[in-house]
Design a protein around this ligand. Structure first.
Ligand code: ADP
Ligand code: MG
Length: 396
C-alpha cells in the first residue's frame, strides 16, 4: 500500500503479536582485484551502506511466511517442507538459508519475515548475498545459535550454490557478513584469510554507476578466461619452484617465465592476473598511508588492464570509464564485477558528485544510447541486528 510504513505493513500481513526484531545485511562492491579470485589470488571488497533489512517475528506452529516489499509474491512454507520450488521465486533465497540452518542441526519453529531492500537487484552489487546474510543473522537469533559470522558466510554461499544453483564464489557473502565501516577487506578467497584495510573516504564518495546493459556474454567469457588462466599456468609451472597457483606468482617471477607462454593472448591474460594481484597489495599499502589519490590511480590501471589485457570490459563499461576520468574531482574509476556490463565504481569528491552524474550520464547516453543509473554509497558494517530505537524511527 502506498505510503504504508514498514511496521504497519508487517502487521497488516501477519497480524499483531510479539515484538519484532530487525536485521540488516549490506550489498558490496569489489574495489579492486578483478578476475583474481579463481586463480588463488586476492579480492578487495567493501560492504555498502545499502542492503536488505528483514523484520522478523518467531512463530511456534512450524510455519514460515515470507514477504518482501519489493516483490508481489508472499510465500508460506512449513518447516519440514523447506525445498527449492521455482514458483516461489525470490523466497528461495531465505528458504535456502533456513534449510542450511536445519541441516546444521538448528531448531526453528517458524517465523514471519518481511524484507525490505534498497539495492538494485541483478546489477552486480549482490542483493542476493545481502538477502541471504540478512536471513542468516535473523535465523541465528531465531534458533539461538552462536555460530561465528564466517560460518554463516559459508552457509550462505552454500545455499546460493546448492539451493539456488548459482555458482558464485565466496566474496559476496563474505563482504556482506564481515564488512566493517570505513574499511575494505583484503580477502584470499581460497583460504578465507583476510585483513581489514582502512578506507576513510573523507570528502570523497563511492559512486556506483550501472550500465543498465542487459547481462550477456559474461558467463561464457568468464569460463573462457578461467580456462585460459589454467592453460597459461600449466605452461609456466615447470619453471616455478614455489607457486602452487597463478595467484602466488608475483611480478618478478612472471618476468622470468613469461616467455614460456607461447601464445600472446594467454600471455596478456596472465599478465593481468599477476599485475592485478600486485595492485591489490599496493592498494592496501596506499590506503594504510591514507593515500586515496594513489589508490584511485591503481583503480584506473586496473580498468585499463581489464580492457587491454583481459578484454572483459566492453564498450559500455569503457564509455563510463572514459567519461568518468574526465570529470574534475573523480580520482579513481574502474569496472567492477565480471565485466561486459554491470557497474563501475568511482571515487568522486562530494562536491563533484552532481556534475559527475550529469557529465557521465550525458556522454554515456551519447555513446551507447543507454541511460545509466547512479548510486552514491558509503562503506558500512556487515550483517547485524538493528536496534529497536533505530528502526522505530524509520519512516519506510
Ligand atoms: P545481484 O545479487 O547482482 O543483485 P542476483 O540475480 O544474484 O543479482 O540476485 C537478485 C535476486 O535476489 C532477486 O531476483 C530476488 O530474487 C532476490 N532479492 C534480492 N533483494 C530482494 C528483496 N529486497 N526482496 C526480495 N528478493 C530479493
Ligand atoms: Mg547475486
Amino acid at each position: 500500500m502506498a505510503g504504508e510504513n514498514w511496521f504497519s505493513e508487517f502487521e497488516r500481513r501477519f497480524g499483531d503479536g510479539d515484538e519484532v526484531r530487525v536485521f540488516f545485511a549490506p550489498g558490496r562492491v569489489n574495489l579492486i582485484g578483478e578476475h583474481t579470485d579463481y586463480t588463488g589470488g586476492y579480492v578487495f571488497p567493501a560492504a555498502l551502506t545499502f542492503g536488505t533489512w528483514v523484520m522478523v517475528r518467531p512463530r511456534r506452529d512450524g510455519w514460515f511466511r515470507f514477504a518482501s516489499r519489493q516483490m508481489e509474491r508472499e510465500v508460506h512454507c512449513r518447516v519440514d517442507e523447506i525445498r527449492y520450488r521455482s514458483e516461489d521465486g525470490w523466497a528461495n533465497y531465505p528458504k535456502g538459508i533456513i534449510r542450511q540452518f536445519l541441516e546444521q542441526g538448528a531448531e526453528m519453529d517458524g517465523a514471519d519475515m518481511l524484507f525490505h531492500g534498497n539495492i538494485p537487484m541483478g546489477s552486480g552489487l549482490s542483493s542476493s548475498a545481502s538477502i541471504e546474510m540478512a536471513t542468516a543473522v535473523a535465523c541465528q537469533a531465531l534458533a539461538g545459535t552462536d555460530w561465528p559470522m564466517v560460518e554463516l558466510v559459508k552457509m550462505a554461499q552454500h545455499a546460493e550454490n546448492r539451493f539456488i544453483g548459482v555458482q558464485c564464489g565466496i566474496m559476496d557473502q563474505f563482504a556482506s557478513g564481515m564488512g566493517r565501516k570505513d574499511h575494505a577487506i583484503l580477502l584470499h578467497c581460497d583460504t578465507l584469510r583476510y585483513r581489514y584495510a582502512p578506507m576513510e573516504l573523507g570528502d570523497y564518495r563511492l559512486v556506483i554507476t550501472h550500465t543498465n546493459k542487459p547481462r550477456e556474454l559474461a558467463d561464457s567469457k568468464y569460463n573462457e578466461r578461467r580456462a585460459e588462466c589454467e592453460e597459461g599456468f600449466r605452461q609456466i609451472r615447470p619453471w616455478l619452484d614455489n607457486a602452487a597457483c597463478l595467484g602466488e606468482v608475483d611480478v618478478g617471477m612472471w618476468q622470468r617465465v613469461r616467455e614460456r607462454v607461447s601464445d600472446l593472448t594467454l600471455r596478456k591474460r596472465l599478465t593481468h592476473v599477476v599485475e592485478e594481484n600486485a595492485r591489490v597489495h599496493a592498494s592496501v599499502e596506499a590506503l594504510e598511508q591514507g593515500d586515496l589519490i594513489a589508490f584511485g590511480r591503481l583503480m584506473m590501471q586496473s580498468h585499463e588492464s581489464l580492457r587491454d589485457l583481459y578484454e572483459v570490459t566492453g564498450k559500455e563499461l569503457d564509455a563510463l570509464f572514459d567519461a568518468a576520468r574526465q570529470v574534475d574531482g573523480c580520482i579513481g574509476t574502474r569496472m567492477t564485477g565480471a565485466g561486459f556490463g554491470g557497474c563501475t565504481v568511482s571515487l568522486v569528491h562530494r562536491d563533484a558528485v552532481k556534475t559527475f552524474q550529469e557529465e557521465v550520464g550525458k556522454q554515456y547516453e551519447r555513446q551507447t544510447g543507454l541511460t545509466p543509473a547512479f548510486y552514491t554509497a558509503e562503506i558500512g558494517n556487515g550483517a547485524h541486528e538493528v536496534s529497536e530505537e533505530v528502526f522505530t524511527s524509520w519512516r519506510f
